[in-house]
Design a protein around this ligand. Structure first.
Ligand SMILES: *[C@@H]1O[C@H](CO)[C@@H](O)[C@H](O)[C@H]1NC(C)=O
Ligand SMILES: *[C@@H]1O[C@H](CO)[C@@H](O)[C@H](O)[C@H]1NC(C)=O
Ligand SMILES: *[C@@H]1O[C@H](CO)[C@@H](O)[C@H](O)[C@H]1NC(C)=O
Ligand SMILES: *[C@@H]1O[C@H](CO)[C@@H](O)[C@H](O)[C@H]1NC(C)=O
Ligand SMILES: *[C@@H]1O[C@H](CO)[C@@H](O)[C@H](O)[C@H]1NC(C)=O
Length: 680
């Protein structure tokens, strides 16, 4: 029952055979095909697919398929009215993506339904080598050819032709259609996979072929693509022909389908296809054919991307690379990341450079929450002694005195140590003494700074849990804040010794003019710091460097010259002329005498820093001594650099030469061989 009902439905939906009563009135319509189709003769690769699609070939090589309406079209008697027919069909030629397709579909009028002896490929399943071109083949075909076969003079691989017993088309043209809407011819790609409508009309011995895409084109174009005069009765002497389709593949392959077909003897009675009922054409999805070239390209691309990303990562890693060792864990909070310092100083921008010297460079920066900072970059070659040095630096960070420049932390990189301290907006004292861009300090300001530094140095020597030697007291290491308060800074060269330990067994460091004589023999001690502080006292009061090679010989050594002034009875005459005579003579005398006392070449004659603080604050009177007291006013032999010693200025702000030479083990601690020369 169900099957018969199905058959009935099929007949209603797929086939409407209008008239069979008279053979002359042959007329039929297929809006899609039915698998139970009885009126179709199929052979070769022709199949009717479940969705109603008539497949002539699938995409396999060397196939051909035929589909004929199994009753012939009878031309009728010669005497009857003129011979005509009209047909309209929809086809689709679908190639596999990325490959060429072939060979084509033909609408056929043939004396015989048996074309099994024909050949596929360029013969389109219509002829073989011996039947092609022979009038006895009795085949009229309209070919939609998608391969250009030179042997048949094909014009291109996308053409429509009329073949009269011969694959050499009697007329052909590239596939196109006339668009009535746009008033011009538009080309059409047969192998696009899109459904294509074909109308073939024969009337008054004229065969017209008209093409149009199915999409957006309901009406038949008003102008045919091909028009050819043909004498059908001459071709088919029996006055009858079978109607159908043929298609073939060769080494080039495509799926070739007929979607619907309507035929009528009479153009006016041709039933129009119901487009909405036509089956849909499957599109082969892009087979993920692993194209080796594409994969190679993708791999290369991926490698490039990875290389670039890796490069960026390595660049950033290297840019911000630091050296961290397990022992540093305890200093964690004092450790700054290089990245943060890099950002704080805007990449160590030259505009923010505060100074440059033999050790490295100092940059101004700004850290969030902390505020303005000064970052000193010290270069070092060796890791040796690093642990000790960092420990010292960190311990210095724990030193708390109102007149010490606060050390905030450090950072270590390969070949580099960075010390972070608070930025002192006033700059260094030597700038006020020797540079015209800063106003000269008044006498009371100078004394205040001297008291500040004395107090700070006293704290280092006695106030902390260890004796801390500064080792490099000089005007360029004394900083001022906005209120011109003095701060002792730059511990870069300071080292520690435990209370009571032998303080002398350390390398000699310092700056010319601030270095006590015994440095070379017994090394640094609190006494050598006092000497340097004495030189600083004289420098600030007189506005002159401790040693000035450009001065006349008698004035060259400040200590000697101040003592000379005293001997001549005018100690105050040594004072800085820029003070313009505004000073307290008693105070000036006290400070100069204290300076001379501190710079005595007899270490034991020098006061301690505790005593210095007492004297300078006038809590205690200076001991009695004269310019002739032994050790007073004696210039220490000045260290002259021999060519092998690099003489560099320790900061831009100060042109005071300092002697530095790289020791092979640790270039950070400036140690050197002292050479006695040019003694006076
Ligand atoms: C195509 O059709 C041929 C015969 O008609 C068949 O042998 C072959 O398996 C089909 N190929 C595919 C891919 O369906
Ligand atoms: C060509 O086809 C005809 C029938 O159509 C057949 O008799 C003949 O043998 C075929 N020739 C070749 C070479 O296949
Ligand atoms: C064929 O086309 C010509 C114009 O090229 C036209 O005059 C003629 O009427 C057409 N015949 C049919 C049957 O459509
Ligand atoms: C359109 O194509 C037809 C057939 O190839 C040709 O006869 C006609 O001149 C063309 N018309 C235009 C406007 O190109
Ligand atoms: C067609 O061919 C037949 C037989 O060859 C001939 O009798 C007839 O006159 C031809 N018709 C035309 C219109 O040429």
């Amino acid at each position: 029952m169900a099957q018969r009902f199905h058959l009935l439905l099929s007949i209603i939906f797929f086939v409407n055979l209008i008239s069979f009563s008279s053979q002359q009135d042959l007329s039929f319509i297929y809006n899609g095909f039915n698998q139970d189709q009885v009126n179709l003769h199929l052979d070769g690769s022709a199949r009717i697919q479940p969705n109603g699609l008539l497949q002539l070939t699938n995409a396999t090589t060397q196939q051909m398929g035929h589909a004929f309406f199994n009753r012939p079209f009878d031309f009728g008697s010669a005497s009857s009215e003129s011979l005509s027919f009209s047909t309209h069909f929809v086809c689709a030629l679908v190639r596999n993506p990325g490959s060429d397709g072939g060979h084509g579909i033909a609408f056929v009028l043939s004396a015989s339904m048996d074309l099994t002896q024909a050949e596929p490929t360029q013969f389109l399943g219509l002829f073989n080598i011996s039947t092609n071109g022979s009038p006895s083949s009795q085949i009229l075909a309209v070919e939609l050819d998608t391969v250009q076969s030179a042997e048949f003079d094909d014009i291109d691989k996308n053409h429509v032709g009329i073949d009269e017993n011969n694959l050499k088309s009697s007329v052909s043209d590239s596939a196109s259609y006339y668009s009535d809407r746009e008033g011009k011819n538009k080309s059409l790609t047969l192998l696009s996979g899109d459904s294509i409508q074909v109308w073939i009309d024969y009337e008054d011995s004229l065969l017209n072929v008209t093409l149009a895409p199915l999409k957006n084109q309901k009406k038949k174009p008003s102008k045919p693509l091909l028009s050819k005069s043909i004498n059908l009765t001459a071709m088919f002497p029996d006055r009858r022909a079978f109607l159908g389709f043929s298609a073939a593949t060769g080494s080039l392959i495509s799926h070739q389908y007929i979607l619907g077909w309507s035929f009528s003897r009479n153009r006016l009675s041709l039933q129009s296809l119901d487009i909405s009922r036509l089956p849909s054409v499957p599109r082969p999805t892009i087979k993920k054919k692993n194209n080796p070239l594409l994969i190679l390209l993708l791999v290369i691309l991926a490698l490039i991307v990875m290389a670039v990303l890796g490069g960026i990562y390595l660049y950033r890693k290297k840019k911000y690379a630091e050296v961290k060792e397990p022992w540093e864990k305890q200093y964690g909070p004092l450790r700054y990341s290089y990245k943060s310092l890099y950002k704080a100083t805007r990449g160590f921008n030259k505009d923010g450079r505060l100074g440059k010297g033999g050790f490295g460079e100092v940059y101004k920066g700004t850290l969030p929450l902390v505020g303005d900072i000064a970052v000193k970059r010290l270069s070092h070659d060796a890791e040796q002694g690093m642990k000790q040095f960092v420990a010292e630096v960190v311990t210095m960070g724990s030193l708390q005195h109102k007149n010490l420049v606060p050390l905030l932390g450090y950072c270590r990189r390969k070949g580099e140590l960075l010390l972070v301290s608070k930025y002192m907006e006033g700059g260094s004292v030597d700038q006020y003494l020797f540079h015209d861009d800063k106003p000269p300090l008044s006498w009371s300001q100078r004394v205040a700074v001297l008291r500040d530094i004395a107090s700070a140095l006293c704290y280092l020597h006695t106030g902390a849990s260890q004796v801390v030697l500064h080792r490099d007291i000089k005007a360029s290491n004394v900083m001022l804040n906005g209120n011109l308060q003095g701060f002792l800074g730059d511990f870069g060269m300071a080292r520690f010794d435990d209370h009571g330990a032998n303080l002398s067994a350390t390398a000699a460091v310092g700056t010319i003019g601030y270095m006590a004589l015994e440095l070379t023999s017994t090394g640094t001690s609190t006494r050598t710091d006092v000497y340097a502080f004495g030189a600083f006292l004289l420098e600030v009061t007189c506005g002159r460097r401790p040693f000035d090679p450009e001065m006349a010989v008698e004035k060259r050594h400040l200590v000697k010259w101040v003592c000379e002034c005293w001997r001549k009875g005018s100690l105050v005459g040594a004072i800085d002329a820029r003070l313009g005579g505004k000073f307290v003579p008693g105070e000036v005398e006290m400070v100069l005498k204290l300076g001379l006392l501190c710079t005595s070449i007899v270490p034991d004659s020098r006061p301690t820093m505790e005593q210095v603080v007492q004297y300078i604050n006038r809590h205690q009177m200076l001991p009695d001594f004269s310019p002739d007291t032994p050790g007073i006013g004696v210039s220490t032999p000045v260290l002259m650099g021999i060519p092998s010693l690099a003489i560099t200025s320790t900061s831009v702000a100060s042109s005071t030469p300092s002697v530095s030479s790289s020791s092979p083990n640790n270039s950070m601690f400036i140690s050197h061989t002292i050479v006695y020369g040019d003694g006076r």
